[in-house]
Write a protein that binds this ligand. Sequence first.
Ligand SMILES: Cc1cc2nc3c(=O)[nH]c(=O)nc-3n(C[C@H](O)[C@H](O)[C@H](O)COP(=O)(O)OP(=O)(O)OC[C@H]3O[C@@H](n4cnc5c(N)ncnc54)[C@H](O)[C@@H]3O)c2cc1C
Length: 424
Amino acid sequence: MEKIDVVIVGSGLAGLTAANYLAMEGKNVVVFEKANRLGGRSMTNNVNGALFNIGAHALYKGGEAIPIFKELGIEIRGRNALVQTHGIWKNKAVPFATGLGSLLNSPLFSWSEKFQFTQLIIQIWKMNIDKVMTISLRDWAEKEIKSPMIRHYFYALCRTTTYTHAPNLQQARTVLRQLQRTLKTGVIYVDGGWETIVSDLRKKAENLGVKIKSHYKVERVVDRHPLKTIRCANNETFETENVILAVPPNEACRLIESSSLLSWKEQAVPITATALDFCLTHLPNPDHQFVLGLDQPIFFTNESRAAKVCKEGNVVVHLIKYHDPSCSDYDPHVNKEQLEKTMDLLQPGWRNALITQQFLPKITVVHDFSRIDRQGPIGPEVPSTQGLYIAGDWACHEELLADGAVASGKRAAIKILEKSKILV
Ligand SMILES: Cc1cc2nc3c(=O)[nH]c(=O)nc-3n(C[C@H](O)[C@H](O)[C@H](O)COP(=O)(O)OP(=O)(O)OC[C@H]3O[C@@H](n4cnc5c(N)ncnc54)[C@H](O)[C@@H]3O)c2cc1C
């Protein structure tokens, strides 16, 4: 077999991004994916014609992923549709203060709070994020926001934009950056689901000569410096000098012994959520399109108001229950009931409009994130093993969510390219 310059294990956004950057520079790349489909958590499931991402997925326009996709020649097709936001407070849906009109009408704020909230939004909009000290989101909010009701609003906005409900751990700077970007540029819901991004990354990589082997589980990576042997579950073996592990932390540690990987895995704090997605014949209450829980960590969005993800006239909606990482005893049935009750509140009669659904009891949103107590930076090189690199959302630096996965894939590829130039 011809010489392989780089083996990539995992074909999520991180692995496919790395493959493209390496192949653009003429490297001979092989990607192994254990599933029979590519994309990992960026897959889209076609359930009777409804295109369900793995829970609600929106791409942040101001984030790191979009410029990287642009560099790779990948165009994102989709949009956002701004609508009146609502909040859930004491089991009632109320207009959420997003513009001047809704702020003035907000039943939950006093006049003084309406003024303070406006000031907070202006403060975040104008803020020089790089100057925010290394403190937790909770400490920042307690110091800057006096009113408990405004803090509820603020945390709801932070949860939705970061998909993370851990204010004691989250780095204030990264959350405020995400909030500022979202206020200024918004998000994109992707036509055809995130699978279209995966499929474009695949096509582009294959055109550049990348060999993609799906249904190929890697069982072991053995370091015989400088070569590494990749052993697959079907007992085939491959040799290369460079390996990018674009897989979750547990899997990376299973594949190869490395003290650095182990210490990164041990400190990682995964974020999980319960996702309940529906395809309906219509939206029973069209006033409720985008709703944030204020006194409970819940989120509802009608994705099909913006993206083409179902038959004309039907709707695809997503509900999310964010899990607190310090609490490990989430009961999937209780969560499902809570989300169904939220549907009863927001979309009464939805059961009569139901076409199909997808339930994900406990799905990992990210395997780690920018935390105040994180010993970093994580990757791209694995210091204890030459020629070994990691990518994936847990190898994020200050990027969040898919932006972290994509940016880490690019980082790993660039590091390999830099090193190979030095050796030449
Ligand atoms: C419910 C939910 C909602 C989300 N919403 C958003 C959002 O709105 N915006 C946003 O930016 N991000 C969002 N995310 C996060 C985003 O989906 C992830 O950060 C991103 O998809 C992770 O990509 P990855 O490449 O790091 O990992 P993955 O997608 O997990 O890819 C890892 C791949 O490695 C493969 N693999 C594992 N072990 C092996 C092996 N031994 N051999 C071969 N292959 C292997 C797996 O099968 C998988 O395909 C959300 C995630 C979830 C779950």
